[in-house]
Design a protein around this ligand. Structure first.
Ligand SMILES: C[S@@+](CC[C@H](N)C(=O)[O-])C[C@H]1O[C@@H](n2cnc3c(N)ncnc32)[C@H](O)[C@@H]1O
Length: 211
């Protein structure tokens, strides 16, 4: 992932919010040591943003698409009240083993339920309403995830989609994945079911409010 912000500013921004806890620092370290693509993890800045979004939306029921080693899931679980639930989908049993091990060390881990398998099938089976959905799995399916999730989000609820700037490649889409993200972005911008804004956090995050 090519940073869209000057790396020094990214570090500055990370340092000027609440600090990253030891558990998340350890998870980032284990992810770097044990996975091939550690940059998939949302990291401290976006993790903090997601945690606050869950709090600000007063979400009690959250759906995540794309667990990986569990950083974003745990960050959002920390934002949930007692009794809140987060369902997170992934098909990778190896990365999610790291996620489960980390969640087991946190009192918020018990709010998280992992649905292992292709996310399209999982989402189709889930009943709404959700207060907040975070989309962060295979980019070719973003539009399908979006169209399955929008009806399952309550009015006034929130949808978030990660990597919408795709290291800036959306400006000149040349490959299949970039074209899929660019098509997703165009669709969201004209989707009357939501009010949306694209934020330049990390690799780009779309934030949408369900009307
Ligand atoms: C960018 S990573 C998610 C990062 C995670 N949110 C974090 O902060 O650590 C994307 C994840 O989507 C998963 N994935 C890819 N295709 C999928 C599919 N069809 N169904 C479910 N998960 C999928 C991958 O296994 C990968 O772990």
């Amino acid at each position: 992932m090519v940073p869209i912000l000057l790396p020094a500013l990214e570090v500055y921004a990370e340092k000027h919010g609440s600090p990253e806890s030891r558990l998340f620092r350890d998870l980032a370290r284990v992810t770097r040591a044990k996975t091939a693509c550690p940059q998939m993890q949302v990291g401290h800045l976006e993790g903090g943003f997601l945690r606050l979004m869950v709090k600000i939306a007063r979400a009690k029921r959250v759906l995540e698409i794309g667990t990986f080693t569990g950083y974003s899931a745990l960050a959002m679980a920390e934002g949930l009240p007692t009794g809140g639930r987060l369902i997170t989908c992934d098909l990778d049993p190896v990365a999610t083993r790291i996620a489960r091990a980390t969640w087991g060390k946190s009192p918020h881990g018990k709010k998280i339920e992992l649905a292992l398998g292709p996310a399209l099938g999982t989402i189709r089976k889930l009943k709404g309403p959700f207060d907040l959905v975070f989309i962060d799995a295979d980019k070719e399916n973003y539009l399908r995830y979006w169209n399955l999730c929008v009806p399952k989000v309550r009015r006034g609820g929130v949808l978030l989609a990660d990597n919408v700037l795709w290291s800036g490649r959306v400006l000149r889409p040349k490959d299949r994945t970039t074209r899929a993200i660019a098509a997703f972005n165009r669709f969201v911008a004209s989707d009357r079911r939501v009010e949306a804004v694209m934020l330049t956090i990390r690799d780009g995050v779309t934030l949408a409010f369900k009307r």
